[in-house]
Write a protein of this length. Structure first.
Length: 131
């Protein structure tokens, strides 16, 4: 709903806990109105006061934020390749980062001008993993 009318819109990444982590276990897809109205309220406090509150949907959201999100992060490689702009010119470089189980970047392991430049480092640090 937007201004009282049903409209289709892109989903936003809404945090279950506004002060919580910025990762998949704390995110819930939401429409623009919900994203704007929740802001710093605790999820349970906000959702249970809404006209569209539904116990079944509430339970699905809780299931996602406590368990189901893990299905989307467990089979991913323990690294990330990030494209970054060089500070001294308009060119780019690539960085290889180790990540934790929630895909948060921990430590930079290597850099290269091309993504392909990182393959030898991936083979050293993460044998049997693919770029």
């Amino acid at each position: 709903m937007y201004n009282g009318k049903l409209v289709s819109s892109d989903f936003h990444k809404e945090h279950k806990d506004d002060k919580g982590a910025n990762d998949i276990r704390n995110c819930i897809p939401s429409c623009r109105d919900c994203n704007c109205s929740k802001w710093s309220f605790e999820f349970e406090e906000w959702y249970k006061e809404k006209d569209f509150f539904d116990e079944e949907r509430y339970n699905k959201i809780i299931q996602w934020t406590t368990n189901d999100y893990k299905l989307y992060i467990e089979d991913r490689p323990p690294y990330r390749v990030v494209k970054k702009k060089n500070e001294d010119n308009n060119k780019f470089h690539y960085e290889l980062w180790s990540v934790d189980e929630l895909r948060n970047m921990i430590k930079i392991l290597a850099t290269g001008d091309k993504k392909k430049d990182l393959e030898p480092y991936i083979n050293i640090f993460f044998p049997n993993k693919v770029l």
